[in-house]
Design a protein around this ligand. Structure first.
Ligand SMILES: [Zn+2]
Length: 367
C-alpha cells in the first residue's frame, strides 16, 4: 500500500477491513467508525511514541527526565552535591519539586509526587518494576488506559498514604506500580488460560514479596517505605483490573472503548500538566518566600516587600504568602493594601481547620 492511499484508508477496529478514511460505519461488520480527525490524531501519536508500549515509554521518560531535572537542581544548590542528589536528596528540594507531605493535603502534590524519586536506587527499583510489569498492563488495557491507570492508581495510593499515614515526606512511582501489578494480576485472572494463570500467580507473588520486604525494611528503620501506598495501590489496581474493559491483540473492538479510553487519557494528561504548573508556582513562590523571610530578618523592608509580593503572586494557596506580605505591608505603611489582603486571605482560607496565622495582624488594622 502506498503512502498516498494509506492516508485515505483506515482499518476497521471491529473486523480489520480496510475502509475509506471518511467511512462512518463498516459495511462488513456494521461497527461505527472513528472520525477522520480521530484517526489523524492516532497516527500522530503513533509516530511520536511508536506503536507499541506508548504508555510504558512515556512513563519511563517522565520518570527519568524528571529525576535528571531534580538532580541538576540539587547539584547546583550551594549546600549540596552529586552524592546527595543520587543517594539522599535533601527533603526541602524534593518537596520543592512536588513530593507530598502526609497530613498536609495539597491535591496536585498527590499527582506530581508519583514522578519524584529519592535518589538513584529508588528510581532504579521503580524503573525496573515498570519495565517488567507495564507490558502486561498495556497488552490487556491498551496505552490510553495504561497511562490513565497509572495516574489514577498512583494518585489514589498517595491519597491513602496521606490520609492514613504518619507525618512524613512521600514520593515515588511505587504506589502506581503496585497498582499495575494488581491490574496485571486481574487481567491475567480474567483471561484464564494456563499461561495467564502463571502470570497472575507470579504477579501475586511479586506483590506479596514487595509488601513483606517493605514491612521488614520499615521495621528495621533504615529506609522509609510507604507500605500504605503499596497496599492501597495494589488493592485499587485489582479493583480497576476487574472494572476496566480489556482489549484483544488487535486493540479494542468497540468504538466506545476506544473513544472513552482516549478521552479519559487526554483529560488526565491535562490534570497532570496542571499539577506541574502548580508545582512550578509553588516552587517559584518558595524561592521568593525564602528571600522575603531573610530580608525581614535583616530588616531590609524595601527588599522584603518586593520578595514577599513575588512569593504571594506566585502561590496564593499558602497561608504564609498572605502572612508575610501583610506583615511587610503594615511595616511599610501600606495599610490599605494590607486590609485588602486580609479580606482576600480570610475568604480564601475560610474553610481552613487551623487558625489563620495572619488573623491577629489583620485584627490590629481592622477598621
Ligand atoms: Zn468492520
Amino acid at each position: 500500500m502506498s503512502a498516498a492511499t494509506d492516508t485515505q484508508t483506515k482499518i476497521c477496529h471491529g473486523c480489520m477491513a480496510s475502509l475509506p478514511i471518511g467511512a462512518r460505519e463498516c459495511p462488513y461488520c456494521g461497527q461505527r467508525q472513528l472520525t477522520r480527525f480521530e484517526v489523524g490524531v492516532e497516527r500522530v501519536m503513533q509516530k511520536v511514541f511508536s506503536r507499541h508500549a506508548a504508555a510504558s515509554r512515556a512513563l519511563f521518560f517522565l520518570m527519568v527526565v524528571y529525576f535528571l531535572v531534580i538532580t541538576v537542581d540539587i547539584v547546583m544548590h550551594p549546600d549540596y552535591g552529586l552524592v546527595d542528589a543520587l543517594l539522599e536528596p535533601p527533603g526541602d528540594l524534593v518537596y520543592r519539586w512536588g513530593a507530598h507531605l502526609r497530613g498536609d493535603l495539597v491535591w496536585w502534590r498527590l499527582i506530581t509526587a508519583n514522578f519524584v524519586h529519592f535518589g538513584v536506587l529508588h528510581i532504579a527499583f521503580n524503573a525496573y518494576a515498570l519495565r517488567y510489569v507495564s507490558p502486561y498492563v498495556e497488552r490487556a488495557y491498551g496505552s490510553a488506559l495504561t497511562f490513565s491507570s497509572f495516574l489514577v492508581l498512583g494518585t489514589g495510593s498517595m491519597l491513602c498514604s496521606n490520609v492514613f499515614g504518619d507525618v512524613g515526606l512521600v514520593a515515588g512511582a511505587s504506589g502506581g506500580l503496585m497498582g499495575f501489578i494488581g491490574l496485571a494480576a486481574a487481567s491475567a485472572h480474567r483471561e484464564n488460560t494456563a499461561l495467564s494463570r502463571e502470570v497472575r500467580n507470579s504477579m501475586l507473588r511479586w506483590a506479596g514479596l514487595t509488601m513483606i520486604l517493605g514491612i521488614l525494611v520499615s521495621m528495621s528503620g533504615t529506609v522509609g517505605v510507604d507500605n500504605i501506598a503499596h497496599a492501597s495501590g495494589f488493592v485499587l489496581g485489582v479493583g480497576f483490573g476487574y472494572l476496566l474493559p480489556t482489549q484483544t491483540a488487535t486493540g479494542f473492538s468497540q468504538l466506545w472503548m476506544i473513544r472513552g479510553s482516549r478521552i479519559l487519557c487526554a483529560l488526565l494528561v491535562g490534570v497532570l500538566l496542571a499539577s506541574f504548573v502548580f508545582m512550578m508556582g509553588a516552587s517559584v513562590s518558595s524561592k521568593h518566600q525564602n528571600a522575603c523571610i531573610s530580608d525581614l530578618k535583616l530588616k531590609s523592608w524595601g527588599k522584603a516587600e518586593i520578595a514577599c509580593a513575588m512569593a504571594y503572586r506566585a502561590d496564593k494557596s499558602q497561608m504564609i504568602s498572605y502572612h508575610n506580605y501583610i506583615l511587610v505591608s503594615i511595616i511599610n505603611g501600606q495599610v490599605e493594601r494590607a486590609r485588602g489582603l486580609c479580606v482576600e486571605g480570610r475568604r480564601r482560607f475560610r474553610h481552613a481547620k487551623r487558625p489563620l496565622s495572619f488573623d491577629e495582624m489583620c485584627r490590629s488594622i481592622d477598621g
